[in-house]
Design a protein around this ligand. Structure first.
Ligand code: NDP
Length: 296
């Protein structure tokens, strides 16, 4: 039987450690970690994500603010808000929920966030630091950072000799995931929509990370027996109970579980880790602001 990697339990563990770290930081320096979440428009999924981020921040004892702006907010108004948050000493992390409405240039907004408050890790400075291995001062995007913790729990911090294949090359998941695996000494291949012989390539993976956005695309016979499978995908499809929709990953879970050594479920795998790592990046930022180092 494969091991089911319990992302809820791993995230609870991270959050418990963050609570203690935040209390200690406040007791010793007076600094309370602060996170600002900004949402523009009415996207229902974004609203759910923003609400759960605010809730988790409060549970961790952080100072948290939420700016919910109307869809017709202009790019200049959003830039002005981000600049105000950049200058606010009580705020250590700024998260602008994506996607933004079409009339706003997301790239410009991300680059307006001060790199030292960019807890999503999307600013060019943080992307560059991750690429060059300056991890002590970088912010790493939360989903790959959370996935990496799940991988470390299976294999330890040194992945020497292991082949890792990532399916997906996005800036927020695939590419930073590749950098993290590379820093941990794995031999890394990134696959994408132009890759040939994808099943065969996946079968070479001791660690397979799926970040595609295609429901249940990865089948059992793509998986090397005993491999660790990290399913980042979140896809809503029909077929839930009472005519409702249900969530599935990019991996065909039931059949893949018969081949994998360890596998993340969807939901309850990578998802909870993403939000936990956002909180971790906020503690990191607050610690740096207080002249301290913090590592999970
Ligand atoms: P993107 O759409 O930005 O990237 C998808 C990647 O998959 C692209 O690189 C694309 O290739 C590749 N791809 C698409 N189709 C195929 C195919 N048939 N064969 C091989 N590769 C393919 O998605 P994201 O990286 O943002 O997200 C990926 C998934 O992860 C989504 O389901 C998303 O919802 C989920 N997600 C989950 C999070 C969590 O917290 N668990 C957080 C973020 C995302 P190409 O570049 O060539 O187009």
């Amino acid at each position: 039987m494969p091991k089911i990697i319990d992302g809820n339990a791993a995230a609870a563990d991270v959050l418990a450690r963050l609570k203690v770290a935040a209390q200690q930081l406040t007791a010793e320096t007076g600094v309370v970690p602060g996170i600002a979440v900004v949402i523009v428009g009415q996207d229902p999924a974004s609203k759910v994500y923003v609400a759960s981020k605010g809730k988790k921040a409060k549970e961790c004892g952080f100072h948290s603010t939420e700016d919910a702006l109307p869809t017709h907010t202009t790019e200049e108004e959003l830039v002005a808000l981000v600049e105000k948050l950049n200058a606010d000493p009580a705020i250590h992390g700024i998260l602008v929920q994506l996607p933004l409405p079409d009339h706003i240039d997301s790239g410009r907004i991300i680059q307006t966030i001060a790199p030292e408050k960019d807890v999503d890790g999307f600013h060019f400075i943080n992307v560059g630091k991750l690429g060059t291995g300056e991890l002590d001062t970088a912010f790493v995007p939360c989903t790959p950072a959370g996935s990496m913790i799940l991988i470390e729990r299976e294999h330890g911090r040194d992945l020497s000799g292991l082949n890792a294949v990532i399916v997906g090359r996005s800036n927020i998941v695939g590419k930073p995931m590749a950098n993290l695996l590379l820093h941990a000494n794995a031999t890394v291949t990134i696959a994408h929509s132009r890759t040939k012989n994808l099943p065969e390539l996946c079968r070479s993976a001791d660690i397979l990370v799926a970040a595609v956005g295609r429901p249940e695309m990865i089948k059992a016979d793509w998986i090397k027996p005993g491999a660790t499978v990290i399913d980042v995908g979140i896809n809503r499809i029909s077929g839930g109970s009472n005519g409702k929709t249900r969530l599935v990953g990019d991996v065909s879970y039931e059949e893949a579980a018969t081949k994998a050594g360890a596998i993340t479920p969807v939901p309850g795998g990578v998802g909870p880790m993403t939000i936990a790592l956002l909180m971790a990046n906020t503690v990191t930022s607050a610690s740096r602001a207080a002249g301290r180092a913090f590592a999970l």
